[in-house]
Design a protein around this ligand. Structure first.
Ligand SMILES: Nc1ncnc2c1ncn2[C@@H]1O[C@H](COP(=O)(O)OP(=O)(O)OP(=O)(O)O)[C@@H](O)[C@H]1O
Ligand SMILES: [Mg+2]
Length: 252
């Protein structure tokens, strides 16, 4: 299971001078088990903050988030996170990076490596088992990060602009691979992006957020069959719609 209930979540930070700064304002949202939801919105609208709260790395100022009815308060292997960049341990090999979460959970080394090998194969990097992150391309590193997040079999995968630093072609390839993985795994995915193209290609629903403090501006159902045709008129229409919503936020 991986059903998330986000209820009236707000998060206020304090600036250096003590002045409050609203990052999230009254966000309410229900995410179904195994749903793929993309979040898009202006820089600083609280997307990372929301993901961090769901991961249990941060606490909302008010409101709450339930995973299958249980309140989220601390990090847990049920929720795996993939960050934009540099999230691998540079001093660990690929296989040891993937096994990391399992070892942290107390899985015995031999078993952890065995499971890590399975996920290494899953992302097609068997040949790089003993390489270090610096020996990999950006796309390969993100594959390792995905394998690491999946290795503990999370119910929810939280992805914060995971493909933002990649070239367009690698990005497209990884989008395909991610959908394939999602199809095979029982996992709910929350995916932050700045790319309308990516959101329309991947998501069951797109949550468009308004400028800071982040509120939900609109939720768009992407009712297109997969695999999706990026150039189909329906895709274009959706992209245009998202573009219009984001332009409104820029002008605000
Ligand atoms: N630890 C913190 N202390 C103070 N302010 C913070 C902290 N974390 C985030 N903020 C503020 O909260 C707001 C939301 O930040 P957040 O990183 O969630 O935005 P974002 O939507 O992920 O932006 P981007 O698209 O640029 O990644 C920003 O104004 C940011 O300055
Ligand atoms: Mg962010």
């Amino acid at each position: 299971m991986g059903r998330l209930t986000v209820t009236n979540v707000s998060r206020t930070f304090k600036k250096e001078d003590g002045a409050p700064i609203g990052a999230l304002d009254d966000v309410t949202l229900e995410i179904k088990d195994k749903e793929f939801v993309c979040f898009i919105g202006p820089s600083g609208c609280g997307k990372t903050t929301l993901l961090r709260i769901i991961a249990g790395l941060d606490t909302p100022t008010s409101g709450e988030i339930l995973l299958d009815g249980t309140k989220i308060s601390v990090p847990d292997a049920k929720r795996g996170m993939v960050f934009q960049e540099y999230s691998l341990f540079p001093w660990r090999t690929v296989i040891d990076n993937i096994a990391f979460g399992l070892l942290m959970q107390g899985t015995k080394k031999k078993k952890a490596i065995k499971i890590a090998e399975k996920y290494l194969e899953f992302v097609g990097l068997e040949q790089f088992k003993n390489s270090f992150p610096y020996e990999l391309s950006g796309g390969m590193r993100q594959r390792v990060a995905i394998a690491r997040a999946l290795a503990t079999e999370p119910q929810v995968l939280l992805m914060d602009e995971p493909f933002g630093a990649l070239d367009a072609q690698t990005r497209n390839t990884l989008q395909h691979e991610l959908l394939e993985i999602w199809g095979k795994k029982n996992v709910t995915i929350l995916f932050v992006t700045h790319s309308m193209d990516e959101a329309v290609f991947l998501a069951d629903r797109i949550v468009v957020m308004s400028a800071r403090p982040g509120k939900i501006k609109e939720i768009i159902d992407v009712d297109l069959p997969r695999p999706r045709d990026r150039t189909a008129p329906e895709s274009n229409a959706l992209r245009n719609h998202v573009l219009k919503l984001l332009a409104e936020e820029r002008e605000r």
